[in-house]
Design a protein around this ligand. Structure first.
Ligand code: COA
Ligand code: AMP
Length: 631
C-alpha cells in the first residue's frame, strides 16, 4: 500500500479507516460507534466499545501462545542489574499489583499517582492501575516536590506509588522526602502510599499511611481485568503550557490502544516478538506510549533502561544495549545523539557492537538538527527518522512510515502527516498558507484516536488552550511549513514553552519562581540555544529599587530555587541583571524579540514597543556580560 493511498483513506473515510484498525485488537465488546461528539462538541473515538488495556497488552498475548515471549528486559547500568519478565510473569505481577491496590480501596475511575524511577515496578504499577479501570498519573522522577504537589492537587489521587530512591550517575536521589513534602504542600491528601524499597536506600514509612510494596505484594490476590468504555480515561499526563500551571492531558482507553497498535506497524514496522527500545523515561509521553503501552499491545519486547546515553559507562551504552538484546528499532531524543556525538565523534563505539538486527533509529522530542541526523546516519549506516509529536497526541503527528512506504529522508523534516492527522499551516487569522510559507501548525478536527480528549477537570481549559485559536482546528503551539513535496518542517514553538534535553518546560513557570525572589522586581526567562540540550533557560532580571545583592550569589540562589521548585532537569544556571525589559506600550514583555536577540538572530521590533532604544541598550549590556547576542 502506498503512503498516499493509506493517508487519503484516513482522510476520506476516517470512521471506516479506524474501524478497520480497531479490529486488530481484542475488545470485550467491539464498538458500534466509531466517532462521536459529546454535548461540548468534543470528538471521541469508540465510545461504546468495551476493553481493558492491561488485558490487551498482557493476557491476550498469553492466550495467543506468547506467554513465554519476553515482555520486559530491565537493564540498569547505574545499579548493575539486569532482569527479564516474560508475558506470563509480567501479567502475574500486574494482576497481583492490581490486587494490592484494590486492597487499599482503588476502584474504577480512581486516580493513582506513580512517582518512580525507571524500574520494572513503574511499568507494573501503570498496567495494574489500567487493569482496575483506574486512572494513572505518572510524574517524572526528576520533578521536584512542588511540581508533584501541583499534580496531587489537580488529580486528587486515592493512593500514590513511589520508590525509596532513584539512582542517577553521580548520586542516589531519595524520593521519599520529596513525596512527603509534596503531600504536605497539597491540600488533597492520598489515603495511602505504597513504597518500593530499593537496596540503594531504605525509606522510613509513615505509620497509618505508607505501605511496603513487597509486604503487600506477598499477600496480594491477583485480580481480573475490569472492562471499561472506549472513552474511559486510561491516564492523565501533565505537560507544561504557557501558564505557570501544567495541564493534565487526558488519554482515553479505546483510541489510545487502537492508534498505538497501528503505529507499531505503520510507523515502526514491528511485529510481535520484535525488540523495541524507546530510550526515554516512563514519566514522559514517549515512555508511556513506547516503553509501556505500544510495544506490549503489539506483543513486542520492550526495554526498561535505567541509565544514560553516556557515562553509564561510556558513549557506547546505547549500542551495547541494542546489540545485547537484538533491538530492531531504537527511539530516543536528539539530545541523546548529540551527547554521544560529542563524546564519540568518530563513532568508534558504534564499530565495537554488532548492530545487524537494528534496522531503524527514530528520533522525537525536539527538532532533530540536520548535522546530528547526518552524523548518525553516516556512522551507523541506518536510516535515522525524525518524527514530530506531543504529549497531547501520544503518537507521531508526522512521520516517515516505515511499515507503509518508507520515503526519502529530507534532513530537518519530520516527513509527512501520519494517517489521521490533517496538518495545515495557518496564518494569524486562521487562513491556510501556501506551500513553503512558515506559519502556525494546526491540526484540522477531528483529531485521530489517542489524542487528548480533554484537560483533566476542565473542558473549558481544553477549549481555551487548544481549540479557540483557530475555529475547527487544534493549535499545536508549534510553527513550521510544508514544502512542495508535502514534507513538514517543524521549526519550534510559537509560544513560551521551551524544550530542554527533550523535556518540555514552561518559561512562565520558571518566571514565577524567579519572580518570587525578594530582590526581583520583574523578570523574563528566555530559551537560549544549546549545542547539547537544544535549549536551556536564562533569566533576565530587573532588581527592586535599593535591592542589595552579590551578583554571583544571587545567580546561584535563583538556580537553587528553580532546582527546588521544578527540578534539576530545568538546567537553569545563568541570570543577567538588566535595568529594564523591552515591553509593548500595553506592558507585555517582548519575549520573542528577547529570544531572537539572545540567540543572535535577526529581529524586528514591533511598532508597539514603548521605547525602541531599549533593544540596542540591552544588547550592549548582555554582550558586556559575555552573553552571545547580536542581530
Ligand atoms: N530523577 C532525578 N533527577 C534527575 C532525573 C531523574 N529521573 N533525570 C535527570 N535528573 C537530574 C540529573 O541528575 C541532573 O542533575 P545535576 O544537575 O544535579 O547533575 C539534572 O537532572 C540534569 O539531568 P540531564 O538532563 O540528564 O543532564 P545530564 O547533563 O546529566 O545528561 C544527557 C545529559 C544528554 C545525557 C541527558 O540529558 C539525556 O540523556 N537526555 C535524553 C533525554 C531524553 O531521553 N528525553 C526523552 C524525551 S523523549
Ligand atoms: P512533549 O509534549 O514534551 O513531547 O513536547 C512536545 C513538543 O516537543 C512539540 O510541541 C515540539 O515543540 C517538540 N517536538 C517534539 N518532537 C519534535 C520533532 N520531531 N521536531 C520538532 N519538534 C519536536
Amino acid at each position: 500500500m502506498s503512503y498516499q493511498a493509506e493517508y487519503q483513506r484516513s482522510m476520506n473515510d476516517p470512521e471506516g479507516f479506524w474501524r478497520e484498525k480497531a479490529q486488530a485488537l481484542p475488545w470485550f465488546k467491539f464498538p458500534e460507534t466509531i466517532l462521536s461528539q459529546d454535548s461540548d462538541g468534543i470528538y471521541h473515538w469508540f465510545a461504546d466499545g468495551e476493553l481493558n488495556t492491561s488485558y490487551m497488552a498482557l493476557d491476550y498475548h498469553i492466550e495467543q501462545g506468547r506467554g513465554d515471549t519476553l515482555a520486559i528486559i530491565y537493564d540498569s547500568p547505574v545499579t548493575n542489574t539486569k532482569t527479564t519478565y516474560t508475558y506470563s510473569q509480567l501479567r502475574n505481577e500486574v494482576a497481583k499489583a492490581a490486587g494490592m491496590m484494590a486492597s487499599l480501596g482503588v476502584t474504577k475511575g480512581d486516580r493513582v499517582i506513580i512517582y518512580m524511577p525507571m524500574i520494572p515496578e513503574a511499568v507494573i504499577s501503570m498496567l495494574a492501575v489500567a487493569r482496575l479501570g483506574a486512572i494513572h498519573s505518572v510524574v517524572f522522577g526528576g520533578f521536584a516536590a512542588p511540581e508533584l504537589a501541583v499534580r496531587i492537587e489537580d488529580s486528587q489521587p486515592k493512593i500514590m506509588i513511589s520508590a525509596s530512591c532513584g539512582v542517577e550517575i553521580k548520586r542516589v536521589i531519595e524520593y521519599k522526602p520529596l513525596l512527603d513534602k509534596a503531600i504536605n504542600l497539597s491540600s488533597h491528601k492520598p489515603q495511602s502510599c505504597i513504597i518500593f524499597q530499593r537496596p540503594e536506600c531504605t525509606a522510613p514509612l509513615t505509620a497509618g499511611r505508607d505501605h511496603d510494596w513487597s509486604a503487600l505484594m506477598a499477600h496480594a490476590q491477583p485480580v481480573a481485568p475490569v472492562p471499561v468504555k472506549g472513552t474511559d480515561p486510561l491516564y492523565i499526563l501533565y505537560t507544561s503550557g504557557t501558564t505557570g500551571k501544567p495541564k493534565g492531558v487526558v488519554r482515553e482507553n479505546g483510541g489510545h490502544a487502537v492508534a498505538l497498535n497501528y503505529s507499531m506497524d505503520a510507523i515502526y514496522n514491528l511485529k510481535a516478538g520484535d525488540v523495541f527500545w524507546a530510550a526515554s523515561d516512563v514519566g514522559w509521553v514517549v515512555g508511556h506510549s513506547y516503553i509501556v503501552y505500544a510495544p506490549l499491545l503489539h506483543g513486542c519486547t520492550t526495554i526498561v533502561y535505567e541509565g544514560k546515553p553516556i557515562m553509564t559507562p561510556d558513549a557506547g551504552a546505547f549500542w551495547r544495549v541494542c546489540s545485547e538484546y537484538g533491538v530492531k528499532a531504537l527511539f530516543t531524543a536528539p539530545t541523546a545523539f548529540r551527547a554521544i556525538k560529542k563524546e564519540d565523534s568518530e563513532g568508534e563505539f558504534l564499530k565495537q557492537y554488532d548492530l545487524s538486527k537494528l534496522t531503524t533509529i527514530f528520533s522525537a522530542g525536539e527538532r532533530l538538527d540536520p548535522p546530528s541526523q547526518q552524523w548518525l546516519m553516516d556512522k551507523s549506516g541506518k536510516p535515522v527518522i525524525d518524527h514530530w509529536w506531543q504529549t497531547e497526541t501520544g503518537w507521531g503527528i508526522t512521520a516517515n512510515l516505515q511499515g507503509v512506504e518508507p520515503m526519502p529522508i529530507k534532513l530537518g523534516s519530520s516527513t509527512v502527516p501520519t494517517p489521521g492527522f490533517n496538518v495545515q499551516i495557518l496564518d494569524e487569522s486562521g487562513q491556510e498558507l501556501p506551500r513553503g510559507q512558515q506559519g502556525y501548525i494546526a491540526l484540522k478536527l477531528p483529531l485521530p484516536p489517542s489524542c487528548l480528549a480533554t484537560v483533566w477537570g476542565s473542558v473549558e481549559k481544553f477549549k481555551e488552550s487548544y481549540l479557540s485559536m483557530f475555529e475547527g482546528y487544534y493549535a499545536s503551539g508549534d510553527g513550521g511549513y510544508i514544502d512542495e513535496d508535502g514534507y513538514v518542517f517543524v521549526m519550534g514553538r510559537v509560544d513560551d514553552v521551551m524544550n530542554v534535553a527533550g523535556h518540555r518546560l514552561s518559561t512562565g513557570e520558571m518566571e514565577e519562581v524567579v519572580g518570587s525572589h525578594p530582590a526581583v522586581a520583574e523578570c523574563a526567562v528566555i530559551a537560549r540555544d544549546d549545542d547539547l540540550k537544544g535549549q536551556i533557560p536564562i533569566g533576565l532580571v530587573v532588581l527592586k529599587t535599593g535591592a542589595q545583592i552579590n551578583e554571583a550569589e544571587f545567580s546561584k540562589e535563583l538556580a537553587q530555587m528553580i532546582r527546588a521548585s521544578i527540578g534539576a532537569i530545568a538546567c537553569y544556571k545563568d541570570t543577567y541583571i538588566v535595568q529594564r525589559l523591552p515591553k509593548t506600550r500595553s506592558g507585555k514583555i517582548l519575549r520573542k524579540n528577547l529570544r531572537q536577540m539572545i540567540n543572535g538572530q535577526e529581529y524586528i521590533v514591533p511598532s508597539t514597543i514603548d521605547d525602541p532604544a531599549i533593544m540596542p541598550e540591552l544588547e550592549a549590556l548582555l554582550s558586556s556580560k559575555g552573553a552571545k547576542v547580536g542581530s
